[in-house]
Design a binder for this molecule. Structure first.
Ligand SMILES: Cc1cc2nc3c(=O)[nH]c(=O)nc-3n(C[C@H](O)[C@H](O)[C@H](O)COP(=O)(O)OP(=O)(O)OC[C@H]3O[C@@H](n4cnc5c(N)ncnc54)[C@H](O)[C@@H]3O)c2cc1C
Length: 359
């Protein structure tokens, strides 16, 4: 079979891959083993400004101005009305992003990369620029690097849809019921996404999830879930750009991975476009992307430290710690930085490496 050549090959057509592709002109091949937007793994909660900035308001299902944490000793409410969150429809969001880009989409399972060719179930393809956006498995970055740490530092989440409705994003931090983890309920207009997550990466969550749903007097429907990383990994591997969960860009503690995947994806796409235009060499592009991501390592370390505390603190501490974080004087310090992470890049179209980025 003749090998087809492209300017750029992107593996994975979810948040990260679609955000990279959105920035590119030229011959771009976007590969995924599933049709775009058909296999949801996430609760799809993100700041409302994200779909708004991307012109994807139609995917929004419900807007939330309050987040509530139920800890063993107390319940703490966070007012997030200054930067509301939303839950959105995964298919509509991804299809909307796909419509905004000019890449050729091909449904194919990617098997590996030999340094020149991307091998897939539909044959092999060549490109000088290759981007791994394949989620936690990092199918290309792994075959190139053999990162021994890959299996470590993974959390796992399992979710179901129930008819339960609500008017806030709800979290439960209760080590006796959900060991080394957290449970959540995200209303989506007609019902809720209800899930349980293990920071320790335990994938045996069906039974705790069923118990939790039972506590709510609700009934589970179908289940979905997967691993997600909790440690920032390398943003480049050899000559491969790595974006989203494949690069460990999901935020520790809060497990917000959609915004970072879109944010770093958009930045990476912008850099690759400059390589295509001849403004940067491939090596300069890789270096600029790697250094840009590294600027955020301190924020990832901070959230990881907070995740460790949440995993190991005596259960009686969790409520007071949440209450401390919700105190207006303290919240005024961390919340604007957290909620606007990525804002200048996604919201205002600026390059992310500007020194005035709010994180
Ligand atoms: C239960 C759960 C709930 C979550 N809730 C939230 C939330 O509410 N908000 C939030 O911000 N984050 C949430 N996250 C995290 C978030 O889902 C991820 O961080 C985010 O999806 C990462 O996006 P991505 O594009 O990097 O990877 P993914 O969304 O995982 O996409 C990877 C893509 O690569 C494709 N792929 C993989 N292997 C191959 C292959 N061999 N060949 C071809 N294609 C391949 C997959 O089909 C997929 O389309 C949640 C995670 C879980 C598990």
């Amino acid at each position: 079979m003749r090998e087809r050549s492209y300017d750029v090959i992107i593996v994975g057509a979810s948040f990260a891959g679609l955000a990279v592709a959105r920035q590119l002109r030229g011959e771009v091949l976007l590969l995924d083993r599933h049709e775009v937007g058909t296999v949801q793994t996430s609760a799809c909660g993100t700041p409302l400004w994200v779909p708004q900035a991307l012109g994807l308001e139609k995917s929004v299902l419900q807007i939330h101005t309050k987040a509530v944490i139920h800890a063993p000793t107390r319940t703490v409410a966070f007012d997030v009305s200054d930067a509301p969150y939303c839950t959105f429809d995964y298919r509509a969001f991804c299809q909307g992003l796909l419509e905004q880009n000019r890449a050729r989409f091909l449904r194919a399972a990617v098997r590996g990369f030999d340094g020149e060719r991307v091998e897939t179930s539909e044959g092999s393809f060549r490109a000088p620029l290759v981007v791994d956006c394949s989620g936690w498995r990092a199918v290309l970055a792994e075959s190139g690097a053999g990162d021994a740490d890959h299996e470590r530092d993974m959390s796992f989440g399992l979710e179901t849809h129930t008819g339960y409705s609500g008017d806030a994003l709800y979290f439960w931090a209760n080590p006796r019921r959900y060991r080394e983890g957290i449970a959540w309920l995200f209303p989506v207009g007609n019902g809720s996404r209800v899930g349980v997550g293990s920071y320790a990466g335990s994938s045996k969550l069906k039974e705790p999830l069923e118990r939790f749903v039972d506590d709510l007097s609700a009934a589970p429907t179908s289940y979905h879930g997967t691993f997600f990383p909790s440690r920032l990994r390398r943003a480049t591997t050899g000559k491969i750009f790595v974006v989203g969960d494949a690069a460990g860009q999901c935020l520790p503690l809060t497990a917000e991975g959609i915004r970072p995947a879109l944010f770093f994806g958009q930045a990476c796409g912008g850099i690759i476009q400059r390589v295509l235009e001849g403004a940067l060499t491939l090596e300069e592009g890789l270096e600029e992307y790697r250094r840009g991501v590294e600027r955020y390592r301190w924020a990832y370390r901070l959230l990881r430290a907070a995740q460790r505390v949440a995993m190991s603190a005596p259960e009686g501490w969790l409520g007071p710690m949440a209450a401390l974080a919700a105190r207006p004087s303290l919240m005024a310090r961390w919340w604007p930085r957290y909620s606007r992470f990525g804002w200048l890049a996604l919201g205002a179209g600026f390059r992310i490496w500007r020194s005035d980025e709010g994180t």
